[in-house]
Design a protein around this ligand. Structure first.
Ligand code: UD1
Length: 423
């Protein structure tokens, strides 16, 4: 049995919490360090396992990596290795973001594919076809993506869907390709803008960051830089939604509130008083939240990573909410666990209908991924009795100091260590 959380419901969350750097940004920024020989420094790195794992991936590619406090110093050699098919790579999906930088720097890459995923299939077809248009042949061989290019040249690439990962890989290959690349229907997530800002400081020529069209003029070489990771909007919003669910009063710091405009609008519709602050926001909820409909969409739409928390909020809201999942097909699987907690929820394809009830009822539940786990803990905060949340290693991968942060806000949560294995 792995570690568990015991969550006792009933407390109102109050106080202040700070968030660190965005998980979905830092890993790509670390991969981008491969694009320039020399030492790149990344600050405001979150204290989560994926950061040392990414450091291991980069070391395997010939980089020296020093992690100290919230800083990562990555020294990239003149000729990085291009073979990334060692254990650290298969341990987390985001490691696939070394593909673009390796193709750009080495003109070839072998990157092991990660295993299955609880939130649905995650193909790489758009990553591959984008790189092919830039001149790289690419195929899957023995569980690895293998890409090779004699020469990389600019191209016009129209993505069928604004995939975050495909946009990042194509972008990181295009910065060192010959000529102009246009990525149409590009992802617009703040983490993409963060990556573009760092790449520009390294010497890349990119226009249109944050819009649906990215135009990149390839350069010959890039220089290392120092860059601060943006605050984690998903962690920040998790605390905001927890405040609304528990009828609390929480100030969240360390994030740009504009990255959460739609989420904060939804909280307003649910009855929260929302105050935007220069480096965060404050949520005050008096009385029971009201039901709101949500549809997950690529940014600036409602983030799929917050869908489990939206279901948690809907489960205790006054009225019926309709939640539509448009990004990951299997992301509703965790709703079964919400039902175990007494939620009146039904799913049909990519729709969920949730009829709010005043209070949930504690039960043992299992987290299947980072966000589902966090959603279940939030539900435990508004359930009668003690909810046991299992498999919390998922939650730890996205939320640094999760228990400490929640306890600091007055939440009753305790980590129960895994029992020692005999023999
Ligand atoms: C990133 C985030 C993840 C977030 C997601 C959507 C990281 C480490 N993870 O994941 O937390 O939930 O964005 O905001 O940054 N797709 C294809 N073919 C492809 C690529 C994607 O069909 O080649 C599909 C996926 O199966 C999925 C959808 O496109 O249904 C969105 O995926 P994508 O935006 O690529 O998500 P990730 O980059 O994997």
């Amino acid at each position: 049995m792995s570690e568990r959380f015991l969550v006792t419901g009933g407390n109102r969350l109050t106080g202040e919490v700070s968030v660190g750097g965005a998980k979905n940004s830092v890993l790509k920024l670390m991969a981008a360090a491969l694009l320039a020989e020399g030492t790149t420094t990344i600050t405001n790195c979150p204290d989560i396992l994926d950061v040392p794992l990414m450091a291991e991936v980069l070391r395997g590619l010939g980089c020296e990596v020093v992690l100290e406090g919230d800083e990562a110093r990555i020294t990239t050699p003149a000729e990085p290795k291009y073979h990334a098919d060692f254990p650290a790579v298969t341990q987390f999906r985001a490691s696939v973001c070394v593909l673009g930088p390796l193709v750009a720097r080495c003109r070839r890459a072998v990157v092991a594919l990660p295993g299955g995923d609880a939130i649905g299939s995650r193909p790489l077809d758009m990553h591959q076809s984008g790189l092919e248009l830039l001149g790289a042949r690419s195929e899957i061989q023995h569980g690895c993506v293998v890409a090779e290019a004699d020469d990389l040249h600019g191209a016009t690439i129209r993505l069928a869907f604004p995939s975050v990962g495909a946009t990042e890989n194509i972008l990181m290959a295009a910065v060192l390709a010959k000529g102009e690349t246009v990525i149409d229907n590009a992802a617009r997530e703040p983490e993409i803008v963060d990556l573009c800002n760092m790449l520009r400081r390294m010497g890349a020529q990119i226009e249109g960051a944050g819009s649906t069209t990215l135009t990149i003029r390839g350069v010959k070489t890039m220089q290392p830089t120092t860059h601060r990771v943006i605050g984690d909007r998903i962690v920040a919003a998790t605390w905001g939604i927890a405040a609304a669910m528990t009828r609390g009063d929480v100030r969240v710091r360390g994030v740009n509130p504009k990255h959460l405009s739609l989420v904060l609008d939804k909280l307003r519709s649910a009855g929260s008083q929302v105050t935007m602050e220069p480096d965060g926001f404050r949520i005050v909820q008096e009385g029971r939240p009201t039901a709101v409909n949500y549809a997950t969409l690529p940014y600036p739409g409602f983030p799929t990573d917050l869908q489990p928390m939206a279901i948690g909020l809907a489960a205790v809201a006054d009225g019926t909410s309709m939640i539509t999942e448009n990004v990951f097909e299997a992301r509703f699987r965790f709703v079964e666990e919400m039902i175990r907690l007494g939620a009146d929820a039904r799913t049909d394809g990519h729709h969920a209908v949730v009829r709010g009830i005043p209070r949930l009822s504690s039960a043992p539940v299992w987290s299947s991924d980072i966000r589902a786990g966090a959603g279940l803990v939030l539900a435990g905060l508004v359930a009668d009795g003690v909810t046991e949340v299992h498999d919390v290693f998922h939650i730890d991968r996205g939320y640094p100091r999760f228990v400490e942060n929640l306890t600091g806000l007055g939440g009753m949560i305790e980590r129960v260590p895994a029992p020692a294995v005999a023999g």
